[in-house]
Structures are given as C-alpha cells and as structure tokens.
Design a protein around this ligand. Structure first.
Ligand SMILES: [Zn+2]
Length: 335
C-alpha cells in the first residue's frame, strides 16, 4: 500500500482538507431536493431533482418523463453529443438522452459527491444561472453524508495527450488529488487570453469556480436560435460578449470568469471518468468534445491508469444499470 492509499483510507476530520475529487470516503446526499428551471437549448421548463444513492452507485441521470423512467450512467462512454454542451444517452435509444450535464456534474464532483441520481422531466438539465453555484446551493440544502465505503480513485500513470487543431489537453500524473491548468484564447477583446491553475478541492471549487457562468458570442446567438438551439438562452443564464463588450448589465462576476468557467466545464466533463481522478490536467482551448476525447484516450490503454482503492471499494458491485461493464473493466485492470 503506497502513501496515497493510506491517506485514502483515513476518515474525517481530514476529509475537508483533501482534494474534493479524491476524498477518502464516498459521499452522498442526505435528502432529495429539486428545482425548476429553463433548458438552455430546448427553452423548455424542466423540473430537476438531486436524489440520494447508495455507495457504489455512482452518478446517474433519470428521465422521469419517458416510459420506464430510463437511467443513464454519467460516464464518458455514454456521451452522445458534445457540440454545444455535453449530452449523455443510452445506446440505440436516441430519445433517451440528457443534455447540459456538465454544470451539475461539476458541482457534485466539486463537492466530493460520489453517488446521486439526478432526475429530469425533459431532455436537459436546467441551466439556472449558467454556472454551478445554484447546484452547489441545492447540494448544501440537501446535505452531504459520508458513506461507508472508500472513495474510488483513478490514478493517471503517464501523460495522455489529445489535440484538435490549436486545442489540446493532457492528463499527467499528479502527486495528490486533482489539479488543472487551463488557458483560453479568443478573438473577442473582452475575453482575450486567460489562464488559470488550480488544485481543485471542495473549498477552491466553491470559491474560485462555482460562480463562473457559461458564455457565448453575440454573433452566435442568432445563428444558434435560427438552428433551433439556445432557445432558453438569455442574459440571465449566460455571459454574452460582443467584441470588447460584455452585454450583461451587471458585467462579469470575476475579471477572468471565462477561463474559470472553462475549468468548471472540465471538472464536470472529467467527472464522467466515473471515479475521482488523481491527475493534473493541462489544457489550452479545451471544450466538451476534447474533454471527452481525453477520457476515451485515457481508458483506451490500460497502462495509462490504475485504480487506487482497497478491496472494499465496490467497483465490482454496482447497482447502477449499465454500470457493470465499466466496473468490470476497472476491476479486471485492478486484478
Ligand atoms: Zn459550461
């Protein structure tokens, strides 16, 4: 057992001082809580609830408006679209999909939540204010409980790099927890070039990332609307940039809100690994597609990663429909 595994078996009170994506025990929600909001792309009013789930379940989404209330595991290999947001679905069932999952997944990962069922009665998660702040508020209202199982952690063992034109992302081995260095470069002068490095912990996620809103270019808004997308978008749920101007009357929440949101998105997208990552992310101009490609590249070669967990970790016992194959892959690799 190496030093990290020893740490991973410790219980509170060290929990709050450890990286949120590598907390030593699994955490879940104490109670269910819900809200109603607008879907960014559908423009529909959508009811969402965050519900407790047992240790070992992982994060999943459930469509309560569809026959049989199908459940979709929040995992990278269930991503079916990444063009404007991250969309997950079930193979061969195109109607069973949930879009804009990244901000609520970032909130859960940022708060160190391993297990939850997110119910929605429509095709996407409500956008709320375009950040993760309201989801963190809901999580806090529901309450967080420690569960009687060690946290599952995926340790990155060697660099894994993906590239798409000028955009690139690399996962590197990391001594402890999850760290990220993200940079962006936009022609719009209001954004320009921004960079941020952060060790992501529950504290730093809440303080530095959770409030950063999604953003778009004014010129793209009409194009998206004409394509039947972003129908629910407004200055209430996105920062809209026109050249050197921010069109929102209240301006920005932080001067570098844009790169902070990019890092927030990366936390949410990489939560689709299905377990906490022990890694360092270095990325430039990354987006949902590249983030998902990065996870596919990570898991494409067993030498890239290893599970860091005790025998008691319920990798092998999953109650989440469809999760078994992924769990078996991790279990086989651990053997
Ligand atoms: Zn986003």
């Amino acid at each position: 057992m190496d030093g990290f595994q020893t740490i991973s078996m410790q219980r509170a009170p060290t929990v709050t001082g450890l990286p949120g994506l590598a907390a030593p025990v699994q955490r879940g929600l104490k109670s269910a809580i819900g809200c109603v909001g607008i879907g960014l792309h559908s423009g529909r009013k959508i009811a969402m609830s965050l519900n407790p789930a047992p240790a070992g379940h992982g994060i999943s989404f459930r469509r309560t408006d569809l026959p049989g209330t199908p459940e979709i595991p929040a995992r990278y290999d269930h991503v079916v679209d990444t063009r404007l947001c991250t969309v997950i679905g079930l193979p061969g069932q195109p109607e069973v999909r949930v879009g804009t999952v990244e901000h609520v997944l970032a909130a859960l990962a940022g708060c160190g939540i391993s297990n939850a069922v997110i119910e929605v009665d429509g095709p996407e998660v409500p956008v709320l204010d375009g950040s993760s702040a309201n989801f963190v508020f809901l999580i806090d209202c529901a309450g967080i409980v420690e569960q009687n199982a060690p946290m599952a952690v995926i340790e990155v063992m060697r660099p894994v790099r993906v590239q798409d034109g000028a955009a690139h992302a690399t996962l590197l081995p990391c001594a402890f927890g999850f760290e990220a260095s993200v940079s962006i470069a936009f022609d719009a002068a209001a954004i320009g070039t921004q960079a941020l490095s952060l060790r992501v912990t529950p504290g730093s996620f809440r303080a530095e990332l959770a409030h950063a809103r999604t953003f778009t270019m004014a010129g793209d808004v009409e194009r998206l609307r004409a394509a039947g997308l972003a129908l629910g978008g407004s200055l209430d749920n996105a920062v809209v940039v026109d050249g050197d101007r921010v069109l929102n009357p209240g301006g920005l929440r932080m001067a570098d809100e844009f790169v902070r949101h990019k890092l927030l998105d990366a936390v949410g997208d990489l939560a689709l690994a299905g377990a906490a990552l022990r890694a360092r992310l270095v990325a430039h101009r990354c987006g949902h597609a590249l983030n998902n490609t990065l996870l596919h590249a990570l898991f494409s070669d067993r030498a890239n990663w290893r599970p860091v967990a005790s025998e008691a970790v319920p990798f092998r016992v999953s109650r989440s429909p469809g999760a078994r194959q992924h769990d078996q892959r991790i279990a086989a690799a651990a053997a």
